[in-house]
Design a protein around this ligand. Structure first.
Ligand code: SPD
Length: 392
């Protein structure tokens, strides 16, 4: 599994990293958006006695049932665990500071912005002996965003794609065959007109949708030209009347219960929805599609806020997650790939062999790598996305 991840990451090569790095060197950072950089020299957190508490802020549905209880049992540290559903929400809290969290889980491109803004603290690797379990290929590539792997540790990774309920989509399309480019299922009114009968959903975050929509209209995924965003929005406006809802975390339940049949969402969540529907006996035939046009790759990463009150406990938690069986347990529970080489042997063979979790190399090459845009472009994107959602 991790061999293929390594190849996968390597195959993204410098293209993605170039995008990420160049776009992260933002020149127009208003003070309210990015804090002044701190010069956190010390990579060793002092060995002070901390209260036995750890505050974590992570994506919803991203844990195994026993992950937190086992950590609490092993360490005696009491965990308070809150969840979010978009990088935008997490980032806004980070910028406001005093989040009260000791561990946050931004996607790597957002983590890069938080590093640049002085919002994260360096990791003390002497406190993370399980660091050795991480796949060097992944570390190398993460280092292009986070030189020296000083701040970010990959939690799990996946890609944004089209998810479908195979039977419902077939029924709704009738005689119409599946499109060559399966992104047409969410972006072409010819298809959405038919599929609206069984429910279409789109992730509720501009940063998730625009890289894909831009590629669909033939523009650069991290364009800084407002006209390109206008073009992508005009394209999406044509399908707007057919979209039932904008949601992110809610797609698992909606898919598993058959409330929606097509979604622009996260591959891991579609696989999770499929297993949930089997568990709840509704047995929906849900598939994460590997599209010819490619999806949008992301790595969600553990990081410690600069003002965390319990950095030592945070390091203990990171080290615990990097235990082979714990990391494999995450993958087995939520169908997202992990970056832990030592975990491979503990990953359920069905998940290991699932080509929508661990993509074939040629599919990997088609993914849009993680990247960023400058703040002015982000504001354009946010404004247009609001117009798209409200249909105005
Ligand atoms: N249910 C877990 C969802 C995690 C999704 N992370 C998405 C990051 C997208 N850029």
């Amino acid at each position: 599994m991790n061999m293929s991840f390594g190849k996968y990451i390597l195959s993204l090569g410098l293209v993605g990293i170039g995008l990420s790095l160049s776009s992260c060197g933002q020149s127009d950072k208003p003070a309210e958006e990015v804090a002044a950089p701190v010069t956190a020299e010390a990579t060793k957190t002092p060995e002070v006695e901390e209260e036995k508490v750890l505050n974590i802020y992570n994506w919803s549905d991203y844990l195994a049932e026993d992950t937190i209880p086992n950590f609490e049992k092993e360490t005696g540290i009491k965990v308070r665990y809150d969840v979010f559903d978009s990088n935008e929400i997490l980032h806004a809290k980070m910028i406001a500071k005093n989040t009260g969290y000791d561990i946050v889980v931004p996607s790597s491109n957002w983590g890069k912005m938080q590093i640049d803004g002085g919002l994260l603290q360096k990791l003390d690797k002497t406190k993370i002996p399980n660091w050795k379990n991480l796949d060097p290929a992944i570390l190398d590539q993460m280092a292009k965003l986070d030189p020296g792997n000083e701040y970010l540790v990959d939690w799990l990774w996946s890609y944004t794609t089209v998810g479908i309920n195979v039977d419902k989509v077939k029924a709704a399309l009738g005689d119409m065959p599946m499109p060559e480019n399966t992104w047409d299922l969410v972006f072409d009114p010819k298809y959405t007109n038919k599929l609206k009968s069984c429910g279409i959903a789109v992730l509720d975050a501009p940063s998730e949708v625009y890289p894909i929509a831009l590629r669909y209209v033939g523009k650069p995924e991290y364009s800084s030209n407002p006209d390109d965003y206008k073009l992508a929005t005009d394209m999406m406006m044509k399908v707007r009347p057919d979209i039932k809802r904008f949601n992110s975390g809610g797609q698992i339940e909606d898919m598993a219960s058959g409330n929606i049949c097509v979604a622009l969402g996260w591959a891991g969540d579609f696989n999770l929805a499929r297993s949930r529907s089997i568990e709840n006996k509704s047995e929906q035939n849900i598939e994460a599609l590997v599209t010819k046009m490619g999806g949008y790759m992301f790595m969600d990463t553990m990081a410690i806020p600069a003002d965390a009150k319990h950095p030592n406990n945070a390091h203990k938690f990171i080290n615990y997650i990097l235990e082979a069986k714990v990391h494999a347990g995450l993958t087995n529970a939520v169908s997202y790939a992990n970056p832990n080489k030592a975990a491979t042997e503990f990953v359920d063979p069905e998940i290991r062999g699932n080509k929508t979790v661990y993509l074939a190399e040629e599919d990997v090459k088609k993914l849009i790598p993680p990247g960023n845009v400058d703040n002015a472009t982000r504001r354009v994107m946010t404004r247009l996305f609001t117009q798209f959602k409200t249909g105005t």
